[in-house]
Design a protein around this ligand. Structure first.
Ligand code: NAP
Length: 200
């Protein structure tokens, strides 16, 4: 049994992932408003306090992080920093701080999405940030100490979000949640590292 921190555990993706992993492991649910511990992933101070409250752990899973959706012509500097501070540096800082406390042979599992590979109208900042996180994971896997692994799950639009978001994704076939959950299970319980686990 592992001790697993799940950031975004109350979300559309985070809840089924937490429910599955909690069948076999101790799960600590984290959100900015919900969960066992409250943490704002855009704040390094808040991330440090979360890790202090948890103590030793075996795996960190992220199913959170946002970015602006806007057409290219309307984008300005500040629009990019929403995603940079949240989905990019939020996840990067969770790894930078977490590597100091994670148990040997532990793992980090981050989240990106199909928009890194297959952009839609208005996704420029989210596509950019997703690409950065995918590259961060590949590079970080080569330098982590003590057999610690890192992967990123890149889901397509999930069926549960298709009603709300489907009009932004013309021609995309939504993916089943069980495939996305399996991607997280593979990352946490498997042996791979440096992988972008695409569930598109
Ligand atoms: N849904 C999809 O089809 C889909 C597809 C591909 C990729 N993704 C990506 O997957 C991730 C999760 O998506 P989702 O649809 O599951 O989102 P969601 O339903 O909106 O859930 C977001 C989760 O993140 C937590 N959260 C929000 N702001 C936070 C913060 N500042 N610090 C820490 N936790 C925070 C929320 O909890 P609180 O309310 O307590 O803060 C909630 O548990 C996103 O990065 C999204 O881009 C989603």
């Amino acid at each position: 049994m592992m001790k697993i921190i799940i950031v975004g555990a109350s979300g559309t993706i985070g809840k089924p992932v937490s429910d599955e992993l909690s069948k076999r492991h101790e799960v600590i649910r984290v959100g900015s408003k919900s969960g066992d511990i409250q943490m704002d992933m855009t704040s390094v101070d808040s991330i440090q306090k979360m890790y202090e409250a948890v103590g030793e752990f075996d795996a960190l899973v992220v199913a959170a992080g946002s970015a602006t959706m806007k057409p290219l012509q309307e984008l300005a500097n500040d629009d990019f920093y929403v995603g940079i501070k949240s989905k990019m540096m939020g996840q990067v800082n969770l790894v930078l701080e977490g590597q100091k406390r994670i148990n040997p042979k532990g793992s980090f599992t981050l989240i990106t999405g199909i928009l890194a590979d297959d952009p839609v109208h208005g996704s420029v900042t989210l596509s950019t940030v997703n690409g950065a996180v995918n590259a961060f994971v590949k590079a970080t896997a080569r330098e982590l100490d003590n057999g610690v692994r890192i992967n990123v799950v890149s889901p397509g639009l999930v069926e549960e979000s298709a009603e709300a978001l489907g009009s932004y994704f013309p021609g995309h076939t939504p993916v089943s949640m069980h495939r996305v959950v399996d991607g997280f299970v593979k990352s946490v319980e498997g042996i791979g590292t440096g992988e972008v686990i695409r569930l598109h």
